[in-house]
Design a protein around this ligand. Structure first.
Ligand code: FES
Length: 537
């Protein structure tokens, strides 16, 4: 490759590069890569980028989560196999950050995350638009006949108009903030918009920092501890972050041998205020968060609740990072801890005979009037069944019913898609119903909202209690008690279990990645990682 001997004597900084024609969120990566490289070269090391799998959320079939572990394995193996003294992880779109962190923790060489940053918003008829939170809102109006075909096409073309990740507090934004709060990314880097020149400066500085950690190694496993994971959980809660982030953080922690308990998560949730007013639960967008003070301003408010002695990739502790006075914070976007947007965290776990190992509810995005309710189950056996019947005029459904979706968990043929946000049936929309309790073993997009109970574990495809729910059963939800119970006698459930016919993962023999996935996939409470990728005991 024409490197001089002198050049090859320098430290080598690998750059796990995820630019891809199939990843619209990463289309500014070539420019960011240049900035990273100049930061490395100017500080006396040699940059070597290498491609890994890139997961562009919108193109992957059946769902991007199915490939997160594959990307994590690729990242880990390529870090280990190639000669490098440190690695920069360039990611952004939903699954890329967790995949890179999982891989880097398992490889355990000095590593630093550089995220792509959020895209900018756009406008339609004077109204601000940003990715799928607004898409969902307009799509619901379209289905109800309140928005025309031409209008919905215009909205569609204006939802994602610059490079970068979805500009709301969805999964990508939440995971960027998780990386920063874990200490694996530079302070202040999570929220900088993708197209802002500050992002290039952060990229350059990331290159410089990678050179420093190559000489004075700080390893991912030094940074990922129970205490830093709790900091990240509190961050997710204060942000009103994505439900997906719980699965990803569980998987990231799992690579360091740390178990995330959903019971502990509930304790943290009850003592962590929601401080950020961002869509989908609030009004603003990521660029507003950046200009309001960024994640640093949020973490400074959380300081009394955080483990400030956690080390970070720059060598300082989290407390030292936060130990400076910020001149300006926009309180319409980032609340003070004394006047939070909500006194309790945005997410909780529910337990009960319907979800013995837990389910997740984003209470900050849910309808409070539905928190203490008993509803009749309207059951959809699969995604196909859902799409065939949800809008059928004969569907037996009332506003106070609970919509149930089975067979959409990690071990199901669909691989846990973001289908937990079941559409409100058309006949309910026509009556003006805006929200209903929805329960499934699927996930939900970080941009979605509603009283949506997700990640029911164990899932129905492996015979979890969800598989036993029948039309007309009564289900009790209590958010105050964090309970989710199927009000059917144990004898009746046992009788149903004897007749249970599980949907097979595939009717055809499996080979390749499908086979590996089906043999190794763990449940949501284990982060949906592969069993063989967990650390050896
Ligand atoms: Fe990439 Fe939303 S599609 S972050």
């Amino acid at each position: 490759m024409g490197y001089s001997r002198e050049m090859l004597d320098h430290k080598i900084i690998g750059i796990a590069y995820t630019g891809s024609g199939f990843n619209n969120c990463h289309r500014h990566f070539p420019e960011m890569l240049e900035a990273v490289k100049r930061g490395i070269i100017a500080n006396g090391a040699l940059p070597m980028e290498f491609p890994t799998i890139s997961l562009g959320e919108v193109y992957l079939n059946p769902t991007s989560l199915k490939f997160r572990n594959l990307m994590a394995l690729d990242t880990e193996v390529m870090i280990k196999a190639q000669p490098m003294d440190a690695v920069i992880l360039m990611g952004g779109c939903d699954k890329t950050i967790p995949a890179q962190l999982m891989g880097a923790i398992s490889a355990n060489i000095p590593s630093i995350q550089l995220v792509g940053g959020p895209m900018m918003t756009s406008k339609f008829e004077g109204e601000r638009l940003g990715a799928c939170t607004d898409c969902r809102r307009f799509w619901t109006k379209f289905r109800a006949g309140a928005v025309s075909e031409n209008q919905i096409h215009d909205v569609e073309s204006r939802l994602a108009t610059t490079s970068g990740t979805c500009p709301i507090m969805g999964t990508a934004s939440t995971m960027a903030c998780v990386a920063e709060s874990l200490g694996l990314a530079l302070p202040g880097s999570a929220t900088i918009p993708a197209v802002n020149s500050d992002r290039l400066r952060a990229a350059e500085l990331t290159g410089k920092t990678a050179v420093e950690i190559a000489s004075n190694p700080i390893l991912p496993k030094d940074l990922i501890t129970m205490r830093s994971v709790e900091n990240a959980l509190r961050t997710i809660l204060a942000l009103g972050g994505s439900t997906n982030a719980i699965i990803h953080l569980t998987a990231i922690a799992g690579r360091a041998g740390i178990n995330v308990s959903l019971y502990r998560f509930n304790e943290l949730s009850d003592t962590t205020p929601v401080l950020v007013n961002l869509k989908p639960i609030g009004n603003h967008y990521m660029e507003d968060l950046y200009f309001a003070g960024g994640l640093g301003a949020v973490l400074r408010e959380l300081k009394p609740l955080l483990h400030l002695d956690c080390p970070t990739v720059t060598g300082e502790t989290l407390g030292e990072r936060l130990d400076y006075k910020c001149d300006y914070v926009d309180r319409s976007v980032i609340a003070s801890r004394n006047k939070p947007f909500d006194a309790k965290g945005g997410l909780i776990s529910l337990f009960g005979n319907l979800a013995p190992k837990g389910a997740i509810l984003k209470r900050s995005a849910a309808t409070k009037e539905l928190f203490e309710t008993v509803g009749r189950a309207v059951v959809f056996e699969s995604l196909e069944d859902l799409s065939n019947r949800i809008d059928h005029p004969d569907l037996d459904v009332f506003p106070e019913d609970f919509l149930i979706l089975k067979n959409a968990g990690p071990a199901s043929p669909s691989g846990m898609p973001e289908a937990g946000y079941l559409p409100i049936p058309k006949k309910m929309l026509a009556q003006g119903v805006e929200d209903m309790v929805r329960i499934s073993d699927a996930r939900m997009s970080g941009s979605a909202f509603g009283t949506v109970i997700l990640h029911v574990t164990p899932e129905s495809a492996v015979g979890g209690p969800l598989s036993l729910v029948a039309n007309g059963d009564m289900i009790k939800l209590s958010v105050s008690e964090k309970k989710l119970d199927l009000l059917v006698s144990p004898e009746e459930l046992e009788a149903r279990r004897e007749k249970l016919d599980l949907i097979p993962a595939s009717v055809d023999p499996l080979r390749g990645y499908e086979k590996l996935y089906n043999e190794q996939i763990l449940q949501a409470d284990k982060g949906c990682d592969f069993e063989f990728l967990l650390p050896l005991k």
